[in-house]
Design a protein around this ligand. Structure first.
Ligand code: FMN
Length: 244
């Protein structure tokens, strides 16, 4: 399986998205996948201009000169695209959304009816629909913070006539910074993320069990609230965000 993974966190290697995504991809590699990862923040990706030139003037090709052709080439060769993004204002980051908007040259402008719903045919005809996996982290405690993003991804996959394999999500992302106090729990989360990566390659699915294991609560809600507020007070006092 060829996986093309994008990391849409501006914090790149310093971010919690990177920790979750890398463990997931490590599991996929161990199961035999060929993986390529790109940090979107490092790439020049302009906003979509909405001109539709890529549909009517130069079919399949955007008029803009930036790094998107290289990313589209990688995406077109992959069996699976893994979208890594932190949750920003209940959705994906702007970097991730801009990248996805710019995938529109892959669609043909004509309409077709698929299961009673208007869709665009894809230009890149594949034997199987392209698989898409979401890997995301968020700061708040509750798993339901991801509901809006997951719904968006599911709809996007239907729109692109792709298969949404599942969402590997980790709330309370900063648990990864508490190595001193919660090393066993962090080990379990990372191990579950690697197991999810292996499942993707070996079975083509992500089991509810493995997704629960990645997202599991390890701290009582009240303890996290106290810890989080102490952390922010420390940052405010230091005048900077204290990362790992
Ligand atoms: C602009 C912005 C918006 C955010 N919005 C949310 C949010 O809606 N819900 C949430 O739980 N966390 C939110 N967060 C917290 C991030 O999801 C969290 O800090 C995450 O670890 C960031 O990923 P990174 O460490 O890879 O940068 C937000 C952070 C930023 C900077």
């Amino acid at each position: 399986m060829k996986i093309f993974a994008v990391n849409g966190s501006p914090n790149m290697k310093k971010g919690m998205t990177h920790i979750l995504l890398e463990n997931f991809l490590e599991g996929a590699r161990a199961a035999g996948a060929e993986v390529e990862t790109v940090f979107l923040q490092k790439k020049k990706i302009n906003y979509c201009l909405g001109c539709f030139d890529c549909w009517v003037k130069t079919p399949g090709v955007c008029v803009q000169k930036d790094d998107m052709p290289e990313l589209m080439e990688k995406a077109s060769q992959a069996d699976c695209i893994v979208i890594g993004t932190p949750l920003y204002v209940d959705g994906m980051t702007a970097q991730t959304k801009t990248f996805l908007d710019r995938m529109i040259p892959f669609a043909d402008p004509h309409f077709e009816l698929v299961d009673g719903h208007y869709r665009h045919p894809t230009r890149h005809k594949r034997g199987n629909p392209l698989d898409i996996v979401l890997v995301s982290v968020c700061g708040f405690y509750e798993r339901d913070n991801f509901d809006g993003l997951i719904d968006h991804m599911e709809r996007m996959c239907r729109n692109l006539q792709s298969r949404f394999v599942g969402a590997v999500v980790r709330p309370s992302s900063y648990i990864f910074t508490l190595e001193k106090f919660l090393s066993e729990q962090i080990k379990e989360i990372k191990e579950a993320a690697r197991r999810a990566g292996r499942e993707l390659v070996e079975k083509g699915t992500l089991s509810p069990q493995v997704l629960d294991d990645v997202a599991r609560d390890y701290l009582p809600k009240e303890a996290l609230l106290k810890g989080a507020n102490e952390f922010w007070d420390k940052c405010i006092k230091a005048g900077k965000f204290i990362t790992i």
